[in-house]
Design a protein around this ligand. Structure first.
Ligand code: PMP
Ligand code: GLU
Length: 397
């Protein structure tokens, strides 16, 4: 039989980040030595105390369903963490999800329907676009590539993009894929526009714990934002728990009520013993500090290595990504002239880089910003050095 698929799923592409990572894994299985700088996943093991807490929870029999929104102890611990960031939420204003991705999905499904206008700041993480499209929303995108990915100098562009028709704005600081951390003045600009046009804002703070010398402000702490901000966070990045699938969102109670229905009818709850491990994670400081220090060293290493090849990047202040300009590179043009396949755009650059140099990166166009490749520097210094060297040798830098 021929199945008929909904527009909802037909109009989106698979996640580019996960697709490239799958390709890298496939090539590795065929014996290739791939330097995988594609997927955003810390290369550290989950800290031992968190793993132990997960095992202990299984041994203690925490293997059944939990309350749909998540175990109370974890929601209370999350409320305490948010309070430390200046965000006031009761435990019943929090839903614990299998990953921050599911949190975002539930929020978007609850707020966006056919024809609703949603504004993204480009480059924007791949799944926002897909989630909005699946909900039937229309996207307006504000390009930050002309302002070194900073929002403050682009506030006029944002002001021009929003209107009373705008339903939702997504802010992700520190940003995936740029590593930019938006200034307080930028967030105040967002607040003014959100209040003026009565816009709900998702503040995706999944990289908040991974910053280098700056303290990102949580958008929901600004005056006028408490009842229009949905704060999303998760355990994948800060605690190196990508495969555990644990995240959450906090927001006004009426949103929690509506999204809670979707949550209970789809995932039921996050995994019971994983939630117990999450409790332990929130108590973990030393291991996080060490991972962040390592990321900072790697950032500096990659920035320096790229500079040696005359490639300048906007230096990230958070997360573990950077955007490398790839569309106007002399060395690459020279290698193109030598008879290799022309690599005209970022898609072709990334395809060529994985085929020729065996280095996996993600094209900027997947994030709405062609002309760049995203590097994830959540890899060892040795692999980062190897990757940059190979890219240079093959004429990609
Ligand atoms: N938001 C951003 C900006 C991300 O980069 C990711 C990474 N996957 C997520 C949300 C979702 O993370 P997870 O589902 O692993 O918690
Ligand atoms: N957020 C990570 C990335 O951008 C993980 C992959 C994904 O969830 O899409 O690479």
């Amino acid at each position: 039989m021929t199945m008929e698929f909904t527009d909802r799923v037909s109009r989106v592409e698979p996640s580019a980040t996960l697709a490239i990572s799958a390709l890298a894994t496939e090539l590795e299985a065929e014996g290739a030595d791939i330097v995988d700088l594609s997927v955003g996943e810390p290369d550290f093991p989950t800290p031992e105390n968190i793993v132990e807490a997960g095992k202990d929870a299984m041994d203690a029999g925490h293997t059944g369903y939990t309350t749909s929104a998540g175990i109370l102890e974890l929601r209370e611990a999350i409320a305490d963490k948010l309070a430390a960031d200046g965000l006031e939420h009761d435990s019943d204003e929090i839903i614990v999800t299998p990953g921050a991705k599911q949190a975002l999905y539930e929020v978007v499904q609850s707020l966006v329907e056919d024809g609703d206008e949603v504004v993204l700041l480009d480059p924007a993480w791949v799944s926002y676009e897909a989630m909005v499209k699946m909900a039937g929303g229309d996207l307006t995108r504000v390009d930050l590539s002309e302002t070194d990915f900073q929002l403050e100098p682009a506030l006029d562009d944002l002001a021009a993009a929003v209107s009373d028709e705008t339903e939702l704005l997504v802010v992700n600081s520190p940003s995936n894929p740029t590593g930019a951390v938006y200034s307080d003045a930028a967030l105040e600009g967002v607040r003014d526009l959100a209040v003026e046009h009565d816009i709900t804002v998702i503040s995706d703070e999944i990289y908040k714990e991974i910053t280098y010398g700056v303290e990102p402000t949580s958008l929901g702490t600004l005056e006028g934002m408490a009842d229009r901000t949905v704060t999303v966070n998760g355990f994948s990045k800060a605690y190196s728990m990508t495969g555990w699938r644990l995240g959450y969102f906090a927001g006004p109670e009426d949103l929690i009520d509506q999204a809670g229905k979707l949550h209970s009818h789809s995932v039921s709850s996050a995994v019971n013993f994983v939630q117990h491990a999450g409790l332990e994670a929130l108590e973990t400081e030393q291991a996080v500090t060490e991972m962040v220090a390592a990321f900072e060293e790697r950032r500096d290493l990659v920035v320096d290595l790229l500079a040696e090849h005359d490639v300048d990047v906007a230096v990230p202040e958070g997360a573990f990504y950077m955007m490398v300009p790839v569309d106007d590179n002399e060395a690459r043009s020279a290698s193109d002239a030598s008879g290799d396949e022309p690599r005209a755009d970022d898609q072709a650059w990334c395809e060529g880089a994985i085929e020729d140099a065996h280095v996996a990166t993600v094209p900027g166009s997947a994030f709405g910003t062609p002309g760049y490749a995203r590097i994830s520097y959540a890899a060892s210094e040795e692999r980062l050095e190897e990757g940059i060297e190979r890219l240079a040798e093959e004429g990609y830098l």
